[in-house]
Design a protein around this ligand. Structure first.
Ligand SMILES: Cc1cc2nc3c(=O)[nH]c(=O)nc-3n(C[C@H](O)[C@H](O)[C@H](O)COP(=O)(O)OP(=O)(O)OC[C@H]3O[C@@H](n4cnc5c(N)ncnc54)[C@H](O)[C@@H]3O)c2cc1C
Length: 357
């Protein structure tokens, strides 16, 4: 239950955000029902109170939905400083069921700026799925003697270790995972700026540990024709999707990188062309023009589009897909992977404003 006096100003955007995050939202009675692969959510607004009821098949799924709902409402209505009180099963502080501890076993230099890190971990089967290809990594502070991990509170929100044990955390694509032999591979782009992800990448050594949360959904959907577009941060996703694709897949992958030395070889179906774009010394922004000039098929029934890149390109492409191509959202997975001039903390602090600009 949330005491939410200005709910009317935020509810439409909350429902839209839920709908954009792998839930299907539809009106039911006096409220709304949101269904996802993890369970059901009922949102009932009345007189400045929003009641949220969750139902899931397992504790892990319940935590998962609870965390998504809390995170999205908190983000969209950041200005309202809402407090969410939960009752029922799974209340109290818990070790996140989605969290795995990974040990670095190998580090390879793929290109001048791209590093491949291979991890080993127990019980990684949950990450070994085709349609959920992202993980949030948790980095221990440099020189920490004793690792500390986050816990989940009653609201499904993460409680981060406090004091000097501040953890850094960033989202990455799982380039490869093998649940049976307990390995996970992630390709990290060293973008040269100093966030916690880059700092960790520059000091990482075999034997270091990270936490991995997830996985989260942003994978491919079945299609005969695909357009994939991304920068270095989207490249691991594009390569993973194309390596696993059916031999008869057709389409185009547009990849913007710093320069020719950043190109990588990966397996792909014969009829998928790979087009490399080079920023050289420019700021980028090359992807959107190339996406626009693709030979868009009139029939969208066999089409899928996957986008992972900087926020401004992502936004231009998403609006083009929605307003000009008129591609249904079920045929698109498009995410902003980073935003020029803003760290992840800056984006979270700005809340909805950072993605509405
Ligand atoms: C779903 C998803 C999947 C992703 N997959 C991958 C992946 O597989 N590999 C990967 O390397 N990254 C990936 N990213 C991107 C990565 O999470 C961000 O680049 C992240 O900001 C890096 O954290 P940081 O601590 O280095 O920089 P931050 O502290 O977040 O930012 C510090 C500064 O660096 C700038 N910056 C951040 N990223 C970049 C960049 N890529 N290029 C230029 N400047 C940048 C910011 O604008 C800011 O000014 C993914 C992101 C998402 C959301």
């Amino acid at each position: 239950m949330i005491d939410f006096p200005r709910m009317e100003a935020f509810l439409p955007e909350i429902l839209e955000s839920l709908d954009a995050h792998d839930m299907s939202v539809f009106p039911q009675g006096a409220g709304f029902r949101a269904t996802s692969a993890f369970g059901e959510t009922l949102l009932t607004p009345s007189d400045g109170l929003l009641t949220i009821e969750l139902e899931a098949r397992s504790g892990a799924s319940l935590n998962r939905i609870r965390h998504s709902i809390t995170g999205l409402i908190g983000f969209v209505a950041k200005s309202e400083q809402l407090e969410i009180e939960w009752e029922g099963d799974r209340v109290g502080k818990t070790f996140p069921p989605d969290l795995r501890i990974l040990t670095v076993c190998d580090i390879q230099r793929l290109t001048p700026r791209m590093r491949r890190v291979v991890f080993h971990g127990e019980d990684l089967q949950r990450f070994d799925v085709r349609d959920q290809i992202h993980t949030r990594l948790l980095f221990q502070p440099e020189g920490a003697d004793r690792p500390e991990w986050p816990m989940l509170d009653d609201a499904g929100c993460i409680i981060w270790p406090s004091g000097e044990q501040q953890l850094g955390s960033r989202v990455y694509t799982i380039r490869h995972v093998d649940g049976a032999d307990g390995t996970m591979t992630i390709d990290f782009y060293d973008h040269g700026d100093t966030g916690p992800g880059t700092q960790w990448l520059r000091r990482v050594r075999p034997g270091d540990i990270v936490g991995a949360l997830g996985p989260a959904a942003h994978g491919p959907k079945p299609a005969r024709r695909m357009l994939l577009a991304g920068d270095e941060t989207g490249l691991p996703g594009i390569a993973r999707i194309l390596e696993a694709a059916a031999d008869d897949l057709e389409g185009l992958a547009i990849i913007e990188v710093a320069d020719r030395a950043e190109e990588q070889a990966f397996e792909k179906p014969e009829k998928v062309e790979v087009l490399w774009l080079y920023r050289e010394d420019g700021e980028g922004g090359l992807l959107a023009d190339r996406v626009r000039s693709w030979d868009w098929p009139a029939d969208h029934s066999e089409l899928f589009v996957w986008i992972g890149c900087e926020y401004h390109d992502f936004r231009t492409i998403r609006l083009f897909l929605r307003d000009e191509v008129k591609l249904h959202k079920s045929r698109i997975v498009a995410f902003s992977h980073w935003r020029r001039g803003m760290s992840e903390e800056d984006i979270v602090a700005a809340g909805g404003k950072a993605v509405a600009a």
